[in-house]
Ligand binder design. Structure first.
Ligand SMILES: *[C@@H]1O[C@H](CO)[C@@H](O)[C@H](O)[C@H]1NC(C)=O
Ligand SMILES: *[C@@H]1O[C@H](CO)[C@@H](O)[C@H](O)[C@H]1NC(C)=O
Ligand SMILES: *[C@@H]1O[C@H](CO)[C@@H](O)[C@H](O)[C@H]1NC(C)=O
Ligand SMILES: *[C@@H]1O[C@H](CO)[C@@H](O)[C@H](O)[C@H]1NC(C)=O
Length: 396
């Protein structure tokens, strides 16, 4: 009796956490699938490595392997690990060691923290440190998506920061292409690196459809050539909220079954709508907007990856609280792949502030505990595939 009750529960818990999928992944209609054609639902968390120091956050707080294991334990099967283009294209920065990178900003306490928790990192170059984080996650069978978050390291994203669209001050197409090629080449044989996100949150006055097709298609080809096993993930206009131009004109690529689109949805994506409106009505309107902008893509046969969403986990932001129910319903109904913003409990140095706390972070300030366990419980409904294999098998 006991056995019968426990067995299904046990297998359910294991579903996303320790089953290692037959990598690499590819796409089959709107789903991401493994080598056996089984659906793999991405339940990722964003881990930031694109701020000024260009080191994955939190290494001053916990050993990297402890963090990798915490990610799995919290029910995530994947990490969207961010990187700035300069990590691989800027000769001066590429030669810095972790220690020197922290010294540039006078972050002596962080050096002590890394000395204590991850001593082998201090004398690594920044790119080797990034590789060591990827290696720890890979060894723990966490899947990874490498996200080109911006060019010049720092906080992201403002319309006027010069990183918004092709041709902006820091966003020269050739440099971007070189960076993508280098990064894809570096990780070409690592099957746990399942995807490359080509660029985060396009924005600003330079946005135009012609350049989007020109450069996104070029970037996709370059990544695919260097790392044919990776999913290639493309983002849209206006902070990754608008891919509506794909209604009329599909992307043209030389390869098949690797293309995924991404979208971001926060409460503030709807500006002040949540504050002023009746939550039910706003939800209805927001969902209808998202359907028009991106939500049609699964019907066209592409997976849609909600690569950023999240809330202030103190539960004190009323807009976030209203949005959360709406978002979870939408994500669950359509069974999207997703990445929560964020793993990070605190930053080394963000927007000029040393040790800034991140209230959207699933881990607390010291990266020791879950910040809000009731939130983690709430999102467990979207961590496992809703429809599972059965639904997938019944698809046309
Ligand atoms: C970076 O290191 C390489 C090899 O050690 C060296 O050739 C190059 O001059 C260095 N670049 C800079 C900008 O220091
Ligand atoms: C979405 O992008 C298209 C193509 O550039 C544009 O015509 C449209 O106005 C945008 N929609 C919104 C709501 O931003
Ligand atoms: C939906 O889109 C319309 C038109 O772009 C906009 O005025 C409205 O604020 C949006 N509503 C939400 C909730 O996002
Ligand atoms: C967790 O979030 C809930 C709202 O979802 C809130 O009521 C609660 O106070 C939060 N707990 C902590 C420890 O912040």
């Amino acid at each position: 009796m006991m056995k019968h009750v426990l067995l299904p529960l046990f297998s359910l818990l294991l579903l996303n956490q320790s089953v290692s999928h037959a990598l690499p992944l590819s796409t089959k209609s709107r789903w991401i699938v493994d080598e056996h054609g089984q659906r793999v639902k991405l339940a990722c968390v964003n881990w930031v490595a694109h701020t000024d120091v260009m080191v994955a956050e939190g290494l001053n707080k916990q050993p990297v392997d402890v963090i990798s294991k915490k990610i799995l334990k919290m029910g995530f099967n994947c990490v969207r690990l961010t990187w700035p283009t300069y990590l691989v294209t800027n000769a001066f920065l590429a030669n810095l060691t972790v220690k020197k990178s922290f010294l540039r900003f006078g972050l002596h306490d962080d050096i002590l923290g890394i000395q204590k928790n991850n001593p082998t990192f201090l004398d690594l170059s920044l790119i080797k440190a990034y590789q060591a984080v990827v290696a720890s996650l890979s060894n723990n069978k966490v899947m990874l998506i490498l996200d080109n978050h911006l060019t010049k390291p720092g906080w992201c994203c403002a319309i006027t920061d010069g990183n918004g669209f092709f041709g902006d001050k820091y966003f020269k197409p050739n440099l971007w292409i070189n960076g993508l090629r280098k990064m894809a080449t570096l990780f070409k044989d690592n099957l746990n690196v399942i995807g490359m996100s080509l660029r985060n949150e396009l924005r600003g006055p330079g946005q135009n459809v012609d350049d989007w097709y020109r450069y996104m298609q070029k970037g996709a080809e370059v990544v695919h050539k260097a790392k044919p096993n990776a999913l290639v993930i493309l983002s849209g206009f206006n902070f990754d909220k608008n891919l509506s131009f794909l209604h009329n004109k599909p992307v043209t690529l030389s390869f098949k079954d690797k293309l995924v689109f991404e979208v971001h949805w926060y409460s503030f994506s709807s500006v002040s709508a949540w504050k002023d409106g009746d939550p039910k009505k706003v939800c209805h309107q927001a969902v209808s907007n998202y359907t028009r902008m991106v939500g049609f893509l699964p019907k066209q046969g592409y997976p849609l990856f909600v690569s950023e969403w999240g809330v202030d986990l103190r539960g004190t932001n009323e807009d976030d609280n209203k949005y959360l129910g709406c978002f979870l319903k939408w994500a669950s109904k359509h069974d999207f792949d997703w990445a929560l913003w964020t793993l990070v409990g605190s930053y080394y140095f963000r927007e000029g502030v040393v040790g800034m706390e991140e209230y959207y972070g699933i881990l607390d300030y010291d990266w020791a505990n879950v910040r809000n366990s009731s939130f983690l419980e709430k999102i467990s409904v979207i961590q496992s595939p809703r429809h599972g294999r059965h639904y997938f098998d019944t698809l046309p």
